[in-house]
Write a protein that binds this ligand. Structure first.
Ligand SMILES: [Zn+2]
Length: 350
């Protein structure tokens, strides 16, 4: 057995173990199932999963009223993200998304704890409405969103132990919009045909996962939220990068929006895997920290300028109204006097 085939066999064995672990993480205590539409759609999640109706829920909309510039937010440093092509990631269709397992050698530096990578997955829309990001910016959806999930390895032995703890998880979120062809995303997308149906599995040769992130790792939104799927534990320290990455229209529509199913191959009622994103959640009396200043300062400046313009316009309008009133009063006086003269004239003519 060559070293390469040994690596694949080891990966396959790890895959079975991984799937069992993940299933135990995902499976609810009462054995309920969930989906994005239909009788088990997200409106019903809180009945079976009480945290989904609780506090600190995600995703949210990032709008200027809730953003607060924070000088202590450092650029993220990603360690061990460049994985050799002789190692393999395991790609699984779990019936809700496509998930790729990651290696425990990958972790994030510059967070309050060390967070170790466990898996990544995507959320997307459909071919008629390719707006499937979970987080939105000023109400705007992006085409899709990538989540790279990490757990607090300083405090917990594995993701199962960390998943329901308030400091248990850290997720990096990358907003995806339509643009040129993206060869890095294609390293995952090209395997989607092998995980078309639920529970199917494929191996993806290692590559540098950092290629999936935007170039600027120093500009991001940071807040405390939750898993966006049941059981919705409020256990996630979110980092949503400000700058989106681009994939081509063809990559988005062929790969994400038409290629996959939530159901198994022999299911009599096949269900396309589309619109697998959760609605925006309420974000009352909380703030999102942002590591960048420009947008916030710009919006404050714009708001101030707009405020001054409106005040000037109102003042001008009031002044004009006052002048018009005065003019009308003056005119009345002016017209009143000659009216007699005119009448007199007319009378004299008659
Ligand atoms: Zn997600």
């Amino acid at each position: 057995m060559s070293a390469k085939s040994f690596s694949i066999v080891t990966a396959a064995a790890m895959l079975i173990l991984f799937q069992k672990t993940q299933l135990s993480v995902q499976a609810p205590l009462n054995g309920s199932k969930w989906s994005y539409i239909g009788p088990d759609g997200e409106k019903t999640w809180p009945k079976k999963y009480p945290f989904c109706g609780g506090v600190f829920q995600s995703p949210i909309d990032f709008h200027n009223d809730i953003l607060q510039y924070d000088t202590t937010l450092l650029p993220l440093e990603l360690v061990g993200y460049n994985v050799s092509s002789t190692d393999h990631f395991m790609l699984t269709n779990n019936g809700h998304s496509v998930r790729m397992s990651l290696f425990p050698t990958m972790h994030i530096r510059n967070l309050p704890f060390q967070y170790t990578a466990t898996q990544l997955h995507l959320h997307w829309g459909n071919r008629n409405k390719p707006e499937g990001s979970e987080h939105t910016v000023s109400g705007r959806h992006f085409a899709a969103e990538l989540h790279i999930v990490h757990y607090n390895s300083d405090k917990y032995p594995d993701v199962t132990a960390a998943i329901d703890k308030s400091d248990g998880l850290a997720v990096l979120a990358i907003l995806i919009e339509i643009g040129p062809f993206n060869p890095s995303y294609e390293k995952i997308f090209s395997h989607f045909q092998n995980v078309k149906y639920k529970d199917q599995v494929a191996l993806v040769p290692g590559f540098d996962i950092q290629e999936l992130l935007p170039d600027q790792l120093d500009e991001y939104y940071r807040y405390e939220g939750s898993l966006t799927t049941p059981p919705c534990y409020p256990s996630v320290l979110w980092t949503v990068f400000r700058h989106p990455v681009k994939v081509s229209q063809e990559q988005a529509s062929l790969t994400l929006e038409t290629a996959l199913y939530c159901t198994q191959p022999n299911d009599p009622a096949p269900l396309e895997m589309v619109n697998n994103f959760r609605d925006i959640q309420e974000f009352d009396e909380r703030l999102v920290s942002v590591s960048f200043r420009q947008g916030v300062v710009l919006s404050v400046v714009l708001a101030s300028v707009l405020g001054v313009i409106i005040m000037l316009a109102v003042a001008f309008w009031l002044l004009r109204k006052k002048n018009c009133k005065k003019e009308r009063e003056d005119n009345r006086r002016v017209i009143y006097k000659p009216a007699f003269d005119k009448e007199d004239d007319n009378t004299s003519k008659v």
